[in-house]
Write a protein that binds this ligand. Structure first.
Ligand SMILES: Cc1ncc(COP(=O)(O)OP(=O)(O)O)c(N)n1
Ligand SMILES: Cc1nc(C(=O)O)sc1CCOP(=O)(O)O
Ligand SMILES: [Mg+2]
Length: 306
C-alpha cells in the first residue's frame, strides 16, 4: 500500500507533538525541497522545519530519521535521532584525527589578551583561550608567544583562537577554529595543523556544522550559542537547553564545550546536558572580583560533574 500525502502529514504532526515541548521557542522555518520521495524523510523534514530547525539542520535530521527507520525496520516519532550511525558520524575513528584532549575540559576561560591568560591560568582555571582579535601579524605573534609563556608552570591548557600558524610557531596546546576559519583553510593547512600535534577545537551551531566538524576528527567540539550573547553578532539563534541536550547525546563520545551567554546561574542546567566544559567570556571579564568569580565557577563545575 502506498503512503499518501495525508499519511506524511500525520507522521510529521506526530513528530511535532512528541517534541514541541523540548524544542519550544523557535519560529517555524520554511520546509526545504525534499530530494527524495521517502515518506519518513519527508515527514521528518516537515516536522523539524516546523520545530524551528534551519534548512541545513532539518535536512540532516530528516536523513537521520530515514536512516534509523531503515536500520531498525520501524518508524518512531517519539524518539529523537541521537545515534551517530544514523548521521554518518566518524567520531574520531580512522587515521586522520587530531590529538586527543580530556573529555572534561572544565571551566574554559576565553580571554582577550596574554595578561588575562596569565591571571586566569594562575587562578587555577584548567582551560584558557587567547581570543586576540587583530590582523597585525607582528602583534599576533607577540601576543600568542606571551600567552604560551603566561601558562608556563601552570597546568592550564592553552588554546589559541583563529591564529593557528602563530599557535604552532609558539607551541600552544591547541587551536580553536570556527566555521568561517575552516572555510579559509586549504587541505594542506589542515594537514599541517594535524601534523603539528596540536589539539583542534571547532565551533558549531547546529547539526550540519556538527557533521562538518566531525569529519575533521577534532579534539573537541564547541556547541553554541546556548543563550543570547552580546559579545558578538551571531548568524544563528541561541540554541537553548533542549537542543544542547540533543546535541550532547549525539556527540557524547567527544569532549564537548558549551558556550554563549552562560553565567553562574546557568552552570548546573548546562552541565546536566552532558557537556564536560563551559566556556565563558563576560562571566569572568565583567566580574568585580575576578579571582573569586573564577573560584566560584570552578566550584560550581566540580559540584555538577561530581
Ligand atoms: C570555545 C569556543 N567556542 C566557540 C568560539 C567561537 O569561535 P568562532 O566561531 O571562530 O568565532 P570567534 O571567536 O573567532 O569570533 C570560540 N572562540 N571558543
Ligand atoms: C566567542 C563566542 N562564540 C560563540 C559561539 O556560539 O560560537 S558565543 C561566543 C561569546 C561568548 O561570550 P559570553 O560568554 O560573554 O556570552
Ligand atoms: Mg574564529
Amino acid at each position: 500500500m502506498s503512503t499518501t500525502p495525508d499519511d506524511i502529514d500525520r507522521m510529521a504532526q506526530d513528530i511535532v507533538r512528541h517534541h514541541a515541548t523540548t524544542f519550544a521557542g523557535f519560529a517555524p522555518q520554511p520546509t526545504p525541497a525534499s530530494d527524495t520521495q521517502e515518506p519518513v524523510y519527508q515527514a521528518a523534514l516537515q516536522a523539524c522545519s516546523t520545530l524551528g530547525f534551519i534548512a541545513a539542520d532539518a535536512l540532516c535530521l530528516a536523513r537521520a530519521w530515514q536512516a534509523r527507520t531503515q536500520r531498525t525496520g520501524q518508524f518512531s516519532a517519539a524518539d529523537w535521532p541521537d545515534d551517530p550511525r544514523d548521521f554518518g558520524l566518524r567520531l574520531r575513528n580512522g587515521p586522520h584525527v587530531f590529538a586527543a584532549c580530556p573529555m572534561q575540559l572544565g571551566l574554559y576561560a576565553v580571554l582577550p589578551d596574554a595578561t588575562w591568560v596569565q591571571r586566569m591560568a594562575h587562578a587555577g582555571v584548567p582551560t584558557v583561550q587567547l581570543r586576540f582579535k587583530s590582523s597585525d601579524p607582528a602583534a599576533i605573534a607577540r601576543e600568542v608567544a606571551a600567552a604560551v609563556q603566561a601558562v608556563r608552570g601552570t597546568p592550564a591548557r592553552l588554546f589559541i583562537n583563529d591564529h593557528w600558524r602563530a599557535a604552532i610557531e609558539a607551541g600552544a596546546y591547541g587551536v580553536h577554529l570556527g566555521q568561517e576559519d575552516l572555510d579559509a583553510l586549504q587541505l594542506e593547512d589542515l594537514q599541517t595543523l594535524r601534523a603539528s600535534g596540536m589539539r583542534l577545537g571547532v565551533s558549531t551551531h547546529g547539526y550540519a556544522e556538527m557533521l562538518r566538524a566531525d569529519a575533521l576528527g577534532p579534539s573537541y567540539i564547541a556547541l553554541g550559542a546556548v543563550f543570547p550573547t552580546t559579545l558578538k553578532a551571531m548568524a544563528t539563534a541561541p540554541q537553548g537547553l533542549g537542543r544542547l541536550a540533543a546535541y550532547a547525546r549525539l556527540l557524547k563520545s567527544y569532549p564537548l564545550v558549551a558556550i554563549g551567554g552562560i553565567g553562574a546561574e546557568q552552570f548546573a542546567p548546562v552541565l546536566a546536558t552532558g557537556v564536560g566544559a563551559i566556556a565563558v567570556v563576560r562571566a569572568l571579564l565583567n566580574a568585580a572580583d575576578l579571582d573569586a568569580e573564577a573560584q566560584k565557577l570552578m566550584e560550581l563545575m566540580a559540584a555538577a560533574l561530581r
